[in-house]
Design a binder for this molecule. Sequence first.
Ligand SMILES: N=c1c2ncn([C@@H]3O[C@H](COP(=O)(O)OP(=O)(O)OP(=O)(O)O)[C@@H](O)[C@H]3O)c2ncn1[C@@H]1O[C@H](COP(=O)(O)O)[C@@H](O)[C@H]1O
Length: 111
Amino acid sequence: MNDTPARVTLEDLAAIVAFRASGAGEGSYTRSLIAKGVAKCAQKLGEEAVETALAAVGSDTKAVVSESADLLYHLVVLLQARGVSLEDVYAELGRRTNQSGLEEKASRPRG
Ligand SMILES: N=c1c2ncn([C@@H]3O[C@H](COP(=O)(O)OP(=O)(O)OP(=O)(O)O)[C@@H](O)[C@H]3O)c2ncn1[C@@H]1O[C@H](COP(=O)(O)O)[C@@H](O)[C@H]1O
């Protein structure tokens, strides 16, 4: 029997990451990364974002998928390290659904 899930959602991943962050499980990359602090998690997220962007302008579609998975995983880890829930992010996306991106940009305070 193969118990590897066919697909994993952000909610699934956030639950795994929270479990690992709590100290459960041996040899966890997630736990070791979170233990290094928010700045290290943020640095990793930035690296993965650049790698995803570079893959996107290349010709290897599998690399885009792989780098995107790395990026989403590291975003979920950073949110866990920073104490922000996916629900908070979803609620923010929800607040934006009736507003175009151009309207949102125009509503920002000018500095
Ligand atoms: N989705 C992922 C995932 N994506 C990427 N990675 C790891 O992220 C790391 C990023 O690669 P890099 O080459 O940048 O890392 P590195 O150079 O080794 O890292 P640094 O020394 O720079 O920190 C690799 O070690 C990948 O294995 C992930 N590690 C874990 N998960 C998920 O998290 C779960 C728990 O993992 P553990 O915490 O390791 O048990 C797993 O079952 C997966 O579901």
